[in-house]
Write a protein that binds this ligand. Sequence first.
Ligand SMILES: Cc1cc2nc3c(=O)[nH]c(=O)nc-3n(C[C@H](O)[C@H](O)[C@H](O)COP(=O)(O)O)c2cc1C
Length: 263
Amino acid sequence: MVAIDREKCIGCGLCVKDCPAGKIRVEEKKAVWKPDCILCGHCVAVCPKGAVTIPEYDMADVEEYDRETFSVRPENFLHAVKFRRSIRNFQDRKMDRETLERILQAGRYTPTAKNSQACRFIVVQDRLDELKELLWGQIPDMAERVKKTMPQYSIFFKFLYRRHRDNPQDDGLFFNTPACIMVVADNPLDGGLAAANIENMAVAEGAGVLYSGYLTRIIDACPAVKEWLGIPETPLVCCMLIGYPAVTYKRTAPRKPADIEWR
Ligand SMILES: Cc1cc2nc3c(=O)[nH]c(=O)nc-3n(C[C@H](O)[C@H](O)[C@H](O)COP(=O)(O)O)c2cc1C
């Protein structure tokens, strides 16, 4: 529910104007909330008097607007987007729990359709060796199973498997990542957006990420791995390798011209 403190409310109606569901009205100069909204929190965020709360959420986590903290200059933001790289070469260094928790906050605060907030993040670090062993062991059977449905992938997965079997250091799936984050969501766009913010936050923390489409496909095709991850039925949106880069980039990478149509 949404709670409105009648002592603090000045009946300005800003919450009414900004409510996407039209669930608030002003009666006798006080805002009144009608049940059954998506709890998006716009009323909390817009109220000039801090009169609105959503008791089931952690209100201590709500931050007041701070001009200094908020000011990301556009040129800095675009530089960060251009400078970010996929990392396939990680330092032999674990990520500490507090840093990972801060990074995951960026996923948690990403918008979701209908404010479902239904993304789950599975972090594998302490038991990563166990996951790697299980997953590599599943690949020969899995590659056979998907021979008809995904022939190119089947060939490629067999090739990666043989290289890894002959030289365990050759790990074209996990590279030498210290940790993986799996993003699980019914709505793939929700999960993808969360993953992008997680990556940007990881970069801000001095870390880096590789989205692994191959790992995502393999995990999705291996029920034993999904079972191990505790997501037997849920769609895996993406699998991210995360750690501190062992490579330093000196400049941004070029791209094709923008494909934009103006009308
Ligand atoms: C959804 C997605 C899946 C990807 N899967 C893989 C992968 O399985 N293995 C890999 O080495 N790179 C993977 N990449 C990384 C892309 O190859 C990389 O983003 C692209 O080459 C551009 O390089 P950059 O990220 O450094 O700008 C993936 C990227 C995305 C966005």
